[in-house]
Write a protein that binds this ligand. Structure first.
Ligand SMILES: N=C(N)NCCCC[C@H](N)C(=O)O
Ligand SMILES: O=C(O)CCC(=O)C(=O)O
Ligand SMILES: [Fe+2]
Length: 296
């Protein structure tokens, strides 16, 4: 359970980024300071901003610009890469297609995942088999996004691994209803100038996470809650864009492998009274259950 946090901390992770390949990093005081800050943020809010992350600012801007270009296209053009169960839930979803707690979300999106060849994970993987559906227009979107994904994967590894040691709006303005994310950690790259993402604290207040240039908003997913035996929680969040402007968010989800069996780590169990609070979860089953109910 998140605490009664009123704001979301900003953490400069540059020491961690600089020393990530140094075998002696675990003794480095600057690295330990960052790890301590991450640990505290994960316990208190499950949400934090990171700066000093090393991903080029130009790339962070370019992926948002190319997303605006795609979503500006006519509906018929976007539907050429329509998401479907047969496409492994990859591709374009129209406004109102994704459902959260029974209510259609007022957002449109392109979803993509690591590509899964037929049979790669046997029966377990069937729901997610497929290749990503990239727009044909703008043509450079695939290369740009793949470069971005590769940077985000490296950054998420750096963040996760040391650590495991509003205002009311009408219903149709809810871009995305209250939910937790499914994996380990999410990196949110949102448009400047619009405050829409909100995070729920223990008292049930919604705390805004406005865009801060040069940072990512990071939040914990359901699998990190299990690994940490509940020391960290996956915090509820939602998106309400009350501004008249169209907003894009390029969200990167760092997740376990599809066939990974996730259970509380011994080191975390010891810190929480020796009792395992969660059973084993196969990540692919968790993801599949979400995908199969998100688009009914
Ligand atoms: N582009 C995507 N897929 N992001 C939005 C996820 C929305 C939450 C989901 N309906 C749930 O209830 O978990
Ligand atoms: O739009 C945002 O800022 C966050 C979106 C989100 O929570 C999600 O896609 O899981
Ligand atoms: Fe989310």
């Amino acid at each position: 359970m998140a605490t009664d946090f009123k704001s979301i901390p900003i953490i400069d992770i540059s020491p961690l980024v600089a020393k990530c390949d140094d075998p002696k990093r675990v003794q480095d005081p600057d690295v330990l300071e960052v790890v301590g800050q991450l640990d505290q943020a994960c316990r208190e809010a499950g949400f934090f901003y990171v700066k000093g992350h090393g991903i080029p600012d130009s790339l962070i801007k370019d992926v948002k610009n190319v997303s605006h270009k795609f979503f500006d296209l006519p509906y018929e053009e976007k539907m050429k890469i329509k998401l479907s169960p047969a496409a492994g839930y990859r591709g374009y979803q129209r406004i109102g297609e994704n459902i959260t707690k029974g209510i259609p979300d007022m957002h449109e999106a392109i979803d993509c995942y690591r590509e899964i060849t037929p049979g790669m994970y046997g029966a377990l993987g069937r729901v997610i088999e497929g290749v990503n559906q990239w727009p044909h227009d703008p043509p450079y979107i695939k290369v740009l996004m793949e470069e971005y994904i590769s940077f985000c994967t490296d950054l998420s590894r750096k963040i996760v691994f040391p650590n495991t040691n509003g205002q009311n709006a009408p219903e149709n303005d809810i871009g995305c209803g209250a939910h937790t994310d499914y994996g380990l950690v999410t990196l949110v790259n949102q448009d400047d100038g619009i405050t829409a993402l909100q995070v729920r604290n223990q008292s049930g207040e919604w705390i805004s996470a406005p865009p801060i240039p040069g940072t990512f908003v990071c939040n914990i997913g359901d699998m990190l809650k299990i690994w940490s035996n509940g020391i960290y929680d996956s915090t509820l969040h939602r998106v309400i864009n009350s501004s008249p402007k169209y907003r894009v968010c390029v969200a990167y989800f760092y997740e376990p492998n599809f066939d990974a069996a996730v259970e509380p780590l011994d080191v975390c169990k010891e810190k929480t009274g020796g009792i395992k609070k969660f059973g084993k979860a196969v990540y692919g089953e968790h993801l599949a259950s979400k995908l199969e109910t998100n688009f009914v």
